[in-house]
Design a protein around this ligand. Structure first.
Ligand code: 13P
Length: 253
């Protein structure tokens, strides 16, 4: 079954409100019909989500959050809940990004709770998984990804599984300029697809698995031409309109 490609820009801790509105407006005017054939989203910081939603209104560009807390509300200073993300107009929420795992101690258990909270609020999770360089060199890539996928998605119904996206982001490729080769990406994406079949049989072939890690206009089309690479989660190159547009167009080829 053909899966629609899904390209999401993860802006990380970049862009003010004004810069966000300007970039979203630039994307919407340049992408026109391309956004639609390819599913396109951007994930600005929390402070700029409302401005992004406003700037994207009436276009096919969707807005994603970069993180979420699993509780609906309460005494959790500094956190933002899934119903709050739904309220501001987010369609997607990224969870389990390796920067959250490595710099902020996010565990597979936290990822599982965040996925559940997003789904309950009607926001679609983008669940990030990926091995470190040490894990890859020790031959543990598939074992690590297997654990992250199974534990992050534990207990979900078939219907819930059908609403999420997985992003395979090898940690050694993030922000390093070192992209996985298309063969390396395809190998892990195919393994993720097998795990998805194992945990959610009927919908496994509908779930998009994005690749992330130094995706650029020069490598995007080849990566996304792999049978199990269904799009991209783009960091640095999503901050410049021309690069992000070229990557989205790479998904059309
Ligand atoms: P880069 O594209 O900057 O390597 O970042 C990838 C990433 O972490 C997207 O979530």
């Amino acid at each position: 079954m053909a899966r629609q490609k899904f390209v999401c820009g993860n802006w990380k801790m970049h862009k003010t409100v004004a810069e966000t509105a300007a970039l979203v407006r630039e994307l919407r005017s340049a992408l026109g019909d391309a956004a639609g054939e390819v599913q396109v989203a951007v994930a600005p910081p929390f402070t700029a989500l409302a401005a992004a939603v406003e700037a994207a209104r009436g276009s096919a560009i969707e807005i994603a959050a970069q993180d979420v807390h699993w509780e609906k509300q309460g005494a959790f200073t500094g956190e933002v809940s899934a119903p709050m993300l739904a309220d501001v107009g987010c369609r997607h929420g990224i969870v389990g990004h390796s920067e959250r795992r490595q710099l902020f101690g996010e565990t597979d258990e936290a990822v599982r709770k965040k996925v559940g909270a997003l789904l309950a609020a009607g926001v679609r999770p983008i669940v990030c998984v990926g091995e470190t360089l040490a894990e890859r060199e020790a031959g543990r890539t598939l074992e690590v990804v297997d654990r992250q996928v199974r534990q992050g998605l534990a207990g979900l119904s078939v219907d819930e599984l059908g609403r999420l996206t997985i992003a395979y982001e090898p940690v050694w490729a993030i922000g390093t300029g070192k992209t996985a080769t298309s063969a390396q990406a395809q190998e892990v994406h195919a393994a993720i697809r097998r795990i998805l079949r194992d945990v959610g049989a009927p919908v496994a072939d509908q779930i998009r698995v994005q690749y992330g890690g130094s995706v650029k206009p020069e490598n995007a089309a080849e990566l996304m031409a792999q049978p199990d690479v269904d799009g991209a989660l783009v960091g640095g190159a999503s901050l410049k309109a021309a690069d992000f547009i070229a990557i989205v167009k790479g998904a059309l080829r």
